[in-house]
Ligand binder design. Structure first.
Ligand SMILES: NC(=[NH2+])NCCC[C@H](N)C(=O)O
Ligand SMILES: [Mn+2]
Ligand SMILES: [Mn+2]
Length: 312
């Protein structure tokens, strides 16, 4: 780990941002994800890798949750999601400003609106590697579900009509600074958005065709050709096959294997360019006890791989 993390201050510090939040989607339980990951021992696991770990409890969004929040158009919980993600942006940005690596534990993927905004506040030149079964790039016009966890990237890139409530989100992410790996459940409207904006996607078809090693190399060549830009890695656990990570709200078959998921994290770690990490959509109230345990353990081990754990 010692030679890694080109942008971080010494001693290498990871700041855990626990976000028990589920307002970006309809299923209860995803707010327990961060609690389970911490209970499974993620703090001591990261200390074991040589990191100084900052964690002073999960964030509480109670005050914000009290807001009266009728839908805007078909967007569900818009004020709640906006205010929670805005506060997360501040917290993540604050850690990044100090040279710490924010590790955000979700919670649903709408939180990435906050985490990526926070990263960009410190590193305007950061690129985003988004690992997911889904594209999460619906606009207010294109979303069919109204679930904001399917939309964060459209706000960050600045496509679709503006919603006043979300005016705090700066559309600072350029379409060519985003790359996806693992997609296999993309809405028809999203396919159009991805094409129109020329966004680079490595779907499961590409993983099958080229192998994960080549895919990660091509993905980094796209967003980070000189291997000199800070990387924000946003990992939705549903990128993994449901046989590997069953406890998540929108599982889709045909996903990444255990090793493919970990390989991505290891390869990003090896670049020394990682500045922020999200582990999202772990829902410990879905599926049986063994599945929950397995999913939480995989969430922890993906984080460890991204933060420098190696096989040898
Ligand atoms: N973060 C996720 N699991 N997103 C799932 C999104 C599913 C669908 N595309 C939607 O807009 O609702
Ligand atoms: Mn997903
Ligand atoms: Mn997602």
């Amino acid at each position: 780990m010692s030679s890694q993390s080109r942008f971080l201050a010494e001693p290498k510090t990871v700041a855990i941002v626990g976000c028990p939040f589920s307002g970006g989607q309809p299923k209860a339980g995803v707010d327990q994800g961060p609690i389970s990951l911490v209970e499974a021992g993620i703090v001591s696991q990261l200390e074991g890798l040589g990191w100084k770990v900052k964690f002073d409890g999960h964030h509480q969004f109670e005050e914000i949750s009290a807001v009266n929040d009728p839908p805007i158009g078909i967007l569900k919980n818009p004020r709640l999601v906006s205010r929670v993600t805005k506060s997360v942006a501040g917290v993540v940005g604050g850690h990044a400003a100090k040279g710490e690596l924010p590790l955000t534990l979700g919670g649903d993927h709408s939180l990435a609106m906050g985490t990526i905004s926070g990263t960009l506040s410190k590193y305007p030149n950061a690129c985003v590697v988004w690992i997911d079964a889904h594209a999460d790039i619906n606009t207010i016009e294109s979303t069919e579900s109204g679930n904001i966890h399917g939309m964060p990237l459209s706000f960050l890139i600045g496509i679709g009509s503006k919603v006043d409530e979300f005016s705090w989100v700066k559309p600072d992410l350029k379409a060519d600074s985003l790359v996806y790996i693992g997609l296999r459940d993309v809405d028809t409207n999203e396919k159009k958005i991805l094409k129109e904006n020329n966004i680079k996607v490595f779907s499961m078809h590409d993983v099958d065709k080229y192998g994960i090693g080549k895919v990660v190399e091509m993905a980094l060549d796209h967003v980070n050709p000189n291997r000199d830009r800070p990387i924000h890695l946003s990992f939705d656990v549903d990128a993994l096959d449901p046989s590997v990570a069953p406890s998540t709200g929108t599982p889709v078959r045909g996903g990444l294997t255990f090793r493919e998921g970990h390989y991505i994290c290891e390869a990003i770690s090896e670049t020394g360019l990682l500045v922020a990490l999200d582990m999202m959509e772990v829902n410990p109230s879905l599926a049986d006890e063994a599945s929950v345990k397995q999913t939480v353990a995989v969430g922890c081990s993906l984080v460890r791989s991204a933060l420098g754990e190696t096989l040898l």
